[in-house]
Design a binder for this molecule. Sequence first.
Ligand code: 26V
Length: 786
Amino acid sequence: MKKEDIRIGVNRYLKVKYGVTLKDAKEYEIFNALSLTVLEDIIEDWNNTSCTYNEGRCANYFSAEYLMGRALGNNLMNLGLYDEVKEVLSELNIDINKIEEIEEDAGLGNGGLGRLAACFMESSATIDMPLNGYGIRYNNGLFNQNVEEGFQTECEDNWLKYGDPWSIRKEAEAQIIEFADMTVKAIPYDTPIIGYGTKNINTLRLWKCEPMKEFDFILFNNQKYDKSVSLKNRAEDISRVLYPNDSNNEGKLLRLRQQYFLVSASLKDIIRKHKAKVGTDFQNISENNFVQLNDTHPTLAIPEFIRLLVDEEGVSFKDALESAKSFFGYTNHTILAEALEKWNVNLIKKLFPRVLEIIKDIDKELIKELKKKHYIREKIKEFRIIADRQVRMANLAIFVSKAVNGVAKLHTDILKDKELNNWYKLYPEKFQNKTNGITPRRWLRLCNTELSAFITDLLGNEDWVKHLELLKGLKKFENDDVVLEKLMQIKHEKKVQLADYIKQEEGIEIDPNSFFDIQIKRLHEYKRQLLNALYILDLYYRIKEDPTLDIPKTTFIFGAKAFPGYRRAKAIVKFITQIADLIDNDKDVAGKIKVVFVHNYRVSYAQKLFPGSDLSKQISTAGKEASGTGNMKFMLNATPTFGTLDGANVEIVQESGEENNFIFGLKVEDIEKIKDTYDSKKYYEENPSIKRVLDTLIDGTFDDGESGDFEDLYNSLLEEGDQYYLLADFDLFKQEEEKVFATYKDKRNWAKKCFANLYNAGTFSSDRTIQQYCDEIWNIKKTPIK
Ligand code: 26V
């Protein structure tokens, strides 16, 4: 696209969409006009890609979550238009950063699982793989978080407030979705997924739920206004909000409706395309398509697929089940019991009775197979899809899927050896590992242009952006002082930028010359933000005792959203902010350490935090974090990991060397050994540091607004036995952090560790992950368009 075309396009869209000229245009109007200008320019390639993909075999990613973040900057960069657009805007006296910052994050996900889906979409486009994304177009994404008086508060996310210029509503491809008690329309909104350095443009298709008709004319005419639109509201509720509160039955029904809505609409779409291509022969539907289930949330796709083939296309149940067995793959993203989905049969029966019948038939097939293999009754129970009037979604997914995968080596091993060992013994050939990855475009090229330019300079070209393993070529500079110095200079620059942003967002000043120790991720007990907080509190007391304590000036940064109904997670937010206040108000300590809890952590904030970090805190209880992907984002931005041997941390230190990271704590096998005899109270009684910090939870040092939340935290660690082993790891954490501080003194040595993390990060590109899914599960091939 030429500069002149960009100018003309922006002016035209400002005129027809907002009726203004540039001099009166608001920032969001310019954002929309610019986005539409670029969209217009890529439509032909996009349509061309869709047509080309339809001719061959495609994979389809079914996910309840896509945590996309902002589109504009990423799209411009991937299209190679960023600099042109920046120049055009600057000639018009507009700062491109301001236009980028006006864009709301598309936050249609909770955390790692949703962000992974977003990285996968971008990687598949970049490497020309025919992958279609299917999801729900929630009107409101993950809540916005505020921190008031140290407490988390939530309010609705309104990401569509300025419109959504990147999506196109495809009315003609709407689907009708039937529930036992209502019929609704699913309207697709397509968003282009623009790869880096390719003409291929993939599609993310998100469904919006709408009523069959806008309102009931007769009711309205009779002045029953509320009632006249009640069906409309009920329909729109289905795609209204990500993860509605499902603590009661109504909430559960809504969540289940969402899941069915997503999979029914998406399967009907795939079947529509199949029919247009090959007609009504369903023998080969699984030759042309594959569906990857992102966790169990879309698992109803399995019985729904069979239902559609049997009831609507006249295929026999046996053949439909056979097809399904080569049509689906299932990815497991957690072993936490509370996150393993089970649905009450009554709920399923109430909403889609026929689907329940099919699930029962699948369950019968499973039993038949197990009996044939001489499994005894007791053993068969473990595998049952329906048990205790619950449908166990993971069992359904595993039985039918062609492949089951974990998301990091350790996680897959735990699935095979423990959590799913029974299934692994039954179907060893189904189990695979696919270690997660991240897209280097958003997580380095876009968010850290300074480091990117330096890498390009050293390697002589930008090929690394598409072939991240080329970062290895930097190794030869590992002892080059000029290179190491420049790396640290860039880091400092990114820390200054982060400090400015934190000042702007939080109104808090932090010192960019201090050490930035960062923990950013969803708030959960297993991630152990509380352990980090307890460590900091202990450090505070140690500085009080010994003001000469030799540590570098350090800023501890936290960012995390707590699930609104998760009391303990919210208590941890409050505890962290109480520690922050304690330190700020104590002049003996305030100049030495500082704690900042940044509010509303999200993708766009993350893009500023990762590049401005000195230390990546990844301290989950060993065995609990399936993979982690934030850990990879730090690594790619040349930041050492401080962590346990959990999830992908294991592979990170394998790649970059234990000597370049800070590994501490109990390992999976250690926990296995102590778990039956573990006595957290012993640590409390025998370790005065532990006692001192835990007592603050109950002795009035801190204020939890008289909620009893801090006492509950205290009890979780003592009375309830500390199920995440915080106390067992406390001293090991402390020793390792001492090692960090000592190591940091030697600036050259520190720079070498940062650099080693950078040049060893290549394997964590999601391009590699996607290539493995394509080769080992999906069986799809590169399909570049002409
Ligand atoms: C979600 C929730 C939400 C409400 C509170 C309880 C709870 C517990 C667990 C979960 C996790 C759901 C699945 C998930 O998001 N897993 C994440 O997937 C990432 C991508 O594979 C992976 O990197 C993370 O380790 C894993 O936690």
